[in-house]
Design a protein around this ligand. Structure first.
Ligand SMILES: Nc1ncnc2c1ncn2[C@@H]1O[C@H](COP(=O)(O)OP(=O)(O)OP(=O)(O)O)[C@@H](O)[C@H]1O
Ligand SMILES: [Zn+2]
Length: 677
């Protein structure tokens, strides 16, 4: 019922670098996943040096290699795309030397990156949100020779850069950021017309006819319903004005990246058969004062001259955040742009036949003046699709593809919790490319499965050579799978593999049943036990001195879950309180400090000790599972070492030879049973 629950659980984890030593050569990397609690490959990592070496040693055919991107750079056209990328994937690409250029905005929380895609042999421009600019990230971009530029104004991280690079490098960076990017917004081919106005370098685009209809937008029927009225109005505004109907002129589309907000706006224009004007909020941000405001003016003048039409402003938060809140003073340029936008919104009435739709994934930071009556006074929410929505979206994106009979869209939908529409479109595209590369005439489930693995966990890496490490990884992964399987409430194992992917040396995958809208305490606790299974196996089997750095990512995940149980979900001895959790909930340093100061010391200690209790008791349970199943584990490890990948069914079949697992409930106890108990 509480949206906060599902929201916070599917939120990407806060980036924390695992700098175990100052010496980069002995530096473990963590893997980040979009959904720490949902799709959970549990992994083990290797040292950074080995990682780089294995990347360089050549991932045959498929993967990114170090040499490739550089050579291909000149040949590959930059593809302008509005596609989004998760931070975790961005880090993977960064590690793989595929990131070429990064433009940072908004205190380093928003970035536009150019990334080389070896499959398409293209540099793609993607947008991503960062959890703030960390020193670690800066260091890494520098180490990887990424051409990065900060677009200042509100930036409060110059100290970090100074600290990192020393004063000498500063002028260079400043220079870089002063150079206005000259590349204009590319429009993909087709009927789209770039609509630039020289005078103020306006970069908005106009599409006379988007050619997109509601049929192209799947899984968000409610939102489509909400817009029927507006489509009707745009088709024939005079009908509405004749009877004195008041039509909203501004609508705010709210939802996470890639959920189809742009697509929906285009579909509205397409359904109504009116021109589509679009401009992105981050494009408003310019160095020279006055440009943003004049851009807004130009856009509205053009729109009024072409009415009826639809104006779409993507990322309105970039320009529309609360005035006067920038750290170290406001941002004059942005505020002027915002003021101009407000003026324009007030200056025409709905009868002009212009409808303005703005999109954001952070409505809470918008200046309240934007939301006043007569401006963006209507909100339509577009959320991440549920399992049925995902199936619908998959249908849309399989339409023009040849699928083998074995491909089940409903199974794919089940395997992809947390995927947005854009992720799903990307998934089907990658599967098609993979099928092509494998010389197949149709996409089979194998290509889809492999593509999901790649999207969630990164590219396949070089196989490990036989030896102590491989054995250790095998025990670690079997430890995860075993503890998860023996713990009621845990999602079932989908597969265990020793084939490395991204930065993980081995992976255990779980198949979430339904979408976890509500997750019980038992389920969360089960995830912690499963997450600790790898470390527990290392310790029980090889002895405490032999435990490895491989569990770093696991520990980060389970600590976050335990912390949320205590501070957000009221699932600890502290009781049902919502406590501001400075570490989990904010990436803003100042907010974090404020929150910490407002908490009593005693409470802070209680939180820590409750988190510790949860983790310690889970670890005891995990170690007991390992101790009590030694025979089964040895057998499972033998088979895994031989076959490299075990499906969930194979895993359970072997385990069943040793212990009866048929009575362990995977999912949550049905409510009916609970009431009857
Ligand atoms: N509901 C959906 N149905 C079908 N395709 C979708 C849907 N949502 C997203 N997609 C696919 O993902 C692509 C990108 O989505 P879109 O740009 O509309 O998302 P967005 O919410 O506007 O994201 P952003 O916040 O990054 O602008 C679309 O062009 C489409 O191919
Ligand atoms: Zn692990």
């Amino acid at each position: 019922m509480s949206p906060a629950l599902s929201l916070s659980l599917s939120h990407p984890p806060i980036f924390k670098s695992q700098d175990l030593s100052k010496d980069n050569t002995n530096h473990t990397k963590s893997t980040y996943r979009e959904n720490p609690c949902q799709k959970t490959p549990v992994d083990i990592k290797i040292s950074r040096r080995k990682l780089l070496k294995s990347t360089a040693l050549g991932l045959t055919g498929g993967g990114l290699s170090v040499a490739q991107p550089a050579r291909a750079e000149q040949e590959s056209p930059v593809e302008a795309t509005s596609s989004r990328m998760s931070y975790s994937r961005f880090l993977q690409y960064l590690d793989e030397d595929a990131v070429k250029k990064v433009d940072l905005f908004e205190n380093g929380t928003v970035a536009i990156a150019e990334i080389f895609n070896p499959i398409l042999n293209k540099i793609q421009r993607v947008k991503l949100q960062l959890p703030g600019l960390t020193q670690e990230l800066l260091r890494k971009m520098k180490e990887k020779n990424v051409d990065f530029a900060a677009h200042p104004m509100e930036v409060n991280w110059w100290p970090a850069i100074l600290d990192l690079l020393g004063n000498v490098a500063l002028p260079l960076i400043l220079l870089g950021s002063l150079l206005l990017r000259t590349s204009s917004t590319n429009t993909p081919g087709g009927p789209n017309l770039p609509f630039g106005l020289g005078r103020s370098k306006a970069k908005f685009q106009m599409e006379p006819n988007t050619g997109i209809t509601f049929d192209d937008v799947a899984g968000i029927d409610e939102a489509k319903q909400d817009f029927q009225e507006i489509v009707g109005f745009l088709k024939a505004p005079e009908k509405f004005t004749a009877v004195g109907a008041k039509i909203p002129k501004g609508v705010l589309l709210v939802g996470p990246p890639g959920t189809g907000k742009t697509l929906l706006a285009k579909a509205i224009a397409g359904e109504a058969g009116v021109p589509f004007f679009s401009l992105s909020g981050s494009e408003f941000i310019e160095m020279f004062v006055g440009v943003g405001a004049s851009r807004v003016r130009d856009l509205f003048n053009k729109a009024k001259a072409n009415s009826p039409c639809l104006v779409f402003i993507d990322e309105i938060d970039a320009v529309g955040r609360q005035r006067g809140t920038g750290i170290g003073g406001g941002n004059d340029e942005r505020e002027q742009t915002l003021n101009q936008l407000l003026t324009e919104m007030d200056g025409f009435n709905g009868n002009t036949g212009v409808i303005v739709i703005a999109a954001t994934n952070r409505p809470e930071i918008l200046d309240s003046a934007l939301l006043r009556p007569g401006r963006f006074d209507r909100q339509v929410t577009v959320g991440l699709p549920d399992v049925r929505g995902r199936e619908e979206i998959l249908k849309v994106h399989s339409n023009n593809k040849k699928l083998d009979k074995d491909v089940s869209l409903s199974v794919i939908a089940m395997r992809t919790p947390g995927f947005s529409g854009a992720d799903l479109a990307n998934l089907m595209n990658e599967a098609a490319i993979l099928a092509g590369r494998r010389g197949k005439e149709k996409i089979t489930m194998k290509e889809v499965d492999d593509s999901i693995d790649r999207i969630v966990a990164g590219m396949e890496g070089t196989k490990m050579t036989d030896g102590k490490n491989k054995i250790l990884v095998a025990y670690h992964e079997i430890g995860h799978a075993l503890c998860a399987t023996l713990t009621p409430g845990h999602d079932p194992v989908q597969k265990v593999t020793l084939i490395p992917r991204g930065q993980a040396r081995g992976l255990t995958w779980f198949l979430p049943g339904e979408d976890p809208v509500l997750i019980s305490k038992q389920q969360l606790f089960a995830r912690i036990i499963g997450g600790l299974g790898g470390r527990a196996a290392e310790e029980v089997i090889f002895g405490e001195p032999e435990i490895t750095t491989g569990a770093a990512g696991d520990l980060q995940q389970i600590t976050q879950i335990a912390r949320q149980m205590v501070t957000m979900f009221g699932m600890s001895k502290i009781g049902p309180w919502a406590l501001t959790d400075p570490v989990v909930q904010s990436s803003d340093v100042v907010l974090r400090m404020l929150a910490r100061n407002s908490m009593s010391e005693k409470l802070a200690e209680d939180i820590d000790s409750s988190v510790r209790d949860i983790i310690e008791s889970a670890y005891e349970i995990a170690k007991n599972h390992i101790r009590n199943s030694r025979e089964a584990i040895d057998k499972l490890v033998d088979v895994l070492l031989e076959k490299e990948t075990l499906t969930g069914d194979e895993f359970r079949a072997i385990l069943s030879e040793f212990t009866d697992i048929s009575s362990i409930k995977m999912d949550r106890t049905p409510i009916r049973d609970l009431i009857e108990a």
